[in-house]
Structure formats: structure tokens, C-alpha cells
Design a binder for this molecule. Structure first.
Ligand code: NAD
Ligand code: MLT
Length: 312
């Protein structure tokens, strides 16, 4: 039996080697399809491989009459309508481990860029401004990092922040005293953590419970001059509330890799000098992209050939 696979977001060529090796698949890689074009063609395919750009909506799924599996080369499956996929008997697999390290490293890069005003100073210098006074930063040593969501990436960030000699405290509904002790970090309720932190980084999935969990009420509890990082998902932080909190001086800086609407280019937050931003680059390393594509390719091939999958 042969299968037709559509790859609709850019995936690492090395990573899809397992698919290229299989002798019963025909791969179509087309990363330029509009939502309408995708809906027109989706019925041709047995499997769909995506990153975060392709929106796998209920409407798309309803037209995917031959689709058996959707592979998400990454962690977050919030661009896939899971209920619709389940209703249509389509299995969804992701690659939860392959980009953990890259996302943690990006978070640390954002934390350091923020604390030392590196992007702002670089931008000024490129514009012929040598301004040493304006870009005085703060040390990370002895500052408190509050981590909201201590899963795979949160743990890696905690370990690295301790290497910077920060005090780390975390909130996660599944965090136990034993785990916190083992990591050498503190823990508390959401309110306790955000009240004590000098820097706050969020590492939860985007769920009903986490949407706008960092909102005006949460900002009001934080220290004056707190700095915020989001390398997890747009929508965990309420962007309008963040904008107001920066204007009021409550929040001294924010580093954002992810946004409520992506692509994110024409937004009032980007006009603020206190905001450091990257275009969803947390997992964009050669290593992570290869790793997630390999994991998801293996699962898709296994499933199509009637074998078990690792990450349903
Ligand atoms: P994970 O599932 O390992 O960890 C998520 C943690 O959040 C879990 O420990 C869970 O218990 C916790 N959590 C759930 N609800 C919570 C709540 N209400 N309050 C506090 N904690 C809560 O996931 P991960 O691999 O660590 O990924 C974390 C996030 O990073 C996800 O949103 C993922 O999509 C995102 N991500 C982004 C990039 C990027 O490119 N920027 C790359 C990889 C992952
Ligand atoms: C993820 O959830 O894995 C990230 O958003 C990375 C990505 O796919 O770009």
C-alpha cells in the first residue's frame, strides 16, 4: 500500500530522512499553500506534517477525507483542532522532547538580552548612537526568577538560571516538594511566585486555564519594575494588559518570542523600547528542527504501516 504525505510548513530536510527512506510514501512539500488551497487539496493526503504556521482547523479537517494522521513537528498542538481530529478518527502526534533544549536556551538569551538592554543598545549603535548611560542594566545574580509552568522547558530554564546564581521559584500544579528540592528551587502558589519575582518566565501550554493568566490583576500583584519573558505561547500573557503595565512603569521590560496573533508585526507593543522580541524562534535551531522532524517522521511512518507511535 502506498501513502501520500503533505508537508505544509518548512521542516528540516535531514529530519524527514525517515520519510524519504520509506519506499511506500509519496511526499509533497508545499509550504506556500493558502488556507483555501490547502482545503482544496487536503483530500489527496493520508498524512499531514506541520509546524506551528499551518492552522489545522475543523473546516480543513472536514475536507480531509483520506487523512489518517497529523504530525506536529514540535510541542504545542494549539494550531490543531484536536476535537475535530478525534471526531474524524485522525490521530495527532507531536514531538515533545526535540526542541526543549533550544527553547530553554532561547529563554536564557531573552533573559540576558532584557537585563542588559542588548537589542536596544545594538539598535542605537547601528544608528550611530554611543549611549552608555541609557543602557545600564541589572545583574541576574541574586535576583529571583519566577517560573510559571515547570515542565520540560521550565526545568531546563531553572537549571540554567541557577547557573547564573539566580534564586529560582516556580509554580506548577504538578510540582511536588521533592521535585523542587531535587532541583534546588523554591515553589509556591501562582500569586506567591509572581509577587516575589524580579523576572517572570512562563512555560505552560496555552489552555483555557492559562489564557491571559498574566493579566492586569496579575500585574498588579507583581513587584514594580518586574521583567517578563514569554517563549511559550502567545495568549498566556494578555498583550493589552502588558502594554498598559509597561506604560505605567509597573513592568520594566518584556521579552516576547510568541504572540496572540502570528505573524506579529504591526502591534503597539513593538513600538515600546522596553519590549524585546523575536519572531517565534524558540525552537529554530538546526539541532531542534532536525530532532523534531525525525521524531514525527518516525511516528507517521510507523502509524501508516500499522505500528505503534511514541507520541500520540
Ligand atoms: P510541558 O508539557 O513539558 O510543560 C508544561 C508545564 O506547564 C507542565 O508541567 C504543566 O503541569 C504546566 N502547567 C499546565 N497548566 C498550568 C497552569 N495553569 N499553571 C502553571 N503551570 C501549568 O511543555 P514544554 O515542552 O515545557 O513546553 C512549554 C511551552 O513552550 C508550551 O506552550 C510549548 O508549546 C512552548 N514551546 C515554545 C517554543 C518556541 O518556539 N517558542 C518551543 C518549544 C515549546
Ligand atoms: C513548539 O510548540 O514546539 C514551538 O512552537 C516550536 C515551533 O514549532 O516553532
Amino acid at each position: 500500500m502506498s501513502f501520500k504525505i503533505l508537508i505544509s510548513d518548512p521542516l528540516s530536510e535531514e529530519g524527514i530522512y525517515p520519510l524519504r527512506q520509506a519506499n511506500n510514501v509519496n511526499i509533497v512539500m508545499d509550504t506556500s499553500l493558502s488556507a483555501e488551497q490547502l482545503e482544496e487539496r487536503i483530500h489527496e493526503f493520508d498524512a499531514l506534517l506541520v509546524r506551528s504556521q499551518t492552522q489545522v482547523t475543523r473546516s480543513l479537517i472536514s475536507k480531509a477525507t483520506n487523512l489518517k494522521i497529523i504530525g506536529r513537528a514540535g510541542v504545542g498542538v494549539d494550531n490543531i483542532d484536536l476535537d475535530a481530529a478525534t471526531e474524524h478518527g485522525i490521530i495527532v502526534v507531536n514531538a515533545p522532547n526535540g526542541n526543549t533544549n533550544s527553547a530553554a536556551e532561547h529563554t536564557m538569551a531573552m533573559l540576558m538580552a532584557l537585563s542588559r538592554n542588548i537589542p536596544q543598545a545594538y539598535h542605537a549603535l547601528k544608528n550611530q548612537k554611543w549611549d552608555r548611560k541609557k543602557y545600564v542594566g541589572v545583574e541576574l545574580k541574586n535576583k529571583t526568577l519566577g517560573i510559571v509552568g515547570l515542565g520540560r522547558i521550565g526545568v531546563e530554564v531553572a537549571t540554567r538560571a541557577k547557573g547564573q546564581r539566580m534564586n529560582v521559584i516556580a509554580f506548577d500544579p504538578f510540582l511536588t516538594e521533592e521535585k523542587a528540592e531535587k532541583l534546588g528551587i523554591g515553589y509556591g502558589t501562582f500569586e506567591e511566585v509572581i509577587k516575589q519575582a524580579d523576572f517572570i518566565t512562563v512555560h505552560t501550554p496555552l489552555l483555557k486555564e492559562t489564557r491571559h493568566m498574566i493579566n492586569a490583576q496579575a500585574f498588579s500583584l507583581m513587584k514594580d519594575g518586574v521583567q517578563i519573558i514569554n517563549c511559550a505561547r502567545g495568549g498566556i500573557i494578555d498583550e493589552d494588559a502588558l502594554y498598559d503595565a509597561i506604560l505605567s512603569g509597573k513592568v520594566a521590560g518584556a521579552a516576547l518570542d510568541v504572540f496572540e496573533q502570528e505573524p506579529f508585526m504591526d502591534h503597539k507593543l513593538l513600538e515600546l523600547p522596553e519590549v524585546v522580541a523575536t519572531p517565534h524562534l524558540g525552537a529554530s535551531t538546526v539541532e531542534a528542527q532536525e530532532s523534531v522532524a525525525i521524531d514525527v517522521s518516525h511516528d507517521v511512518i510507523s502509524f501508516l504501516n500499522g505500528d505503534m507511535v511514541k507520541n500520540p
